[in-house]
Design a protein around this ligand. Sequence first.
Ligand SMILES: [Zn+2]
Length: 245
Amino acid sequence: MFRRTARLLLSIVMLMVAALGGVVATAGSAQADDCYTWSRTLSQGASGSDVSQLQIRMSGYPGYGAVLAVDGSYGPATTAAVKRFQSAYGLAADGVAGPATFSKIYALQDSDCTPAHFSYAELNRCNSTWSGGAVSAAAAKANALRTMWKLEALRHALGDQPITVTSGFRSYSCNSAVGGASSSRHLYGDAADLGAGPHSLCKLAQQARNHGFNGILGPGYPGHNDHTHVDHRGSRYWSAPSCGI
Ligand SMILES: [Zn+2]
């Protein structure tokens, strides 16, 4: 009886040690991050889902008037975007995504993969789910994530001052309630309306041209004198006549 109890106690202790060991090993080997951790250095010619994850976070660095594809293929456009990101954060701009680049991304991203200064809640003020729009809930949420990484780049380029999103994803019912256009990009989750704050609406519209927004509507465009609208529609449409756009 005693021996059985002792053996039982011993095995419990061993289990606990094993569990603790596991925790320690996990904490020690985790690079970074609750959201996503890259396991290899990426450079031109690479492909895979880890490249797609990188491209989502480089969405705000395509260069003036361009949009970076999220296609899992690390081509010249991705190299150029990584270089711009690296320059923006004072890293050696070699266009190769290695430990220094990943560390900067880890520092910028929250555990739900949104960038530090924007949140899913901020991009979905109208209803609490991502359904009821023009695309699936998953697609709307993924579109909003890309938009947030573009906004993070815009925010950083303008000196890290706050940018407020006043409207993001809208279901059809939300969109009707606020009088949105029937084909509004807000229905797709990729649109954001930006309010004036530290930056004028024109400043936001002008700078947005560098950060992957195919759609920009601002002051002087009907209905847009009190906000600047950005989105990633399929082809470029920029109009903010009061801002010279
Ligand atoms: Zn809008």
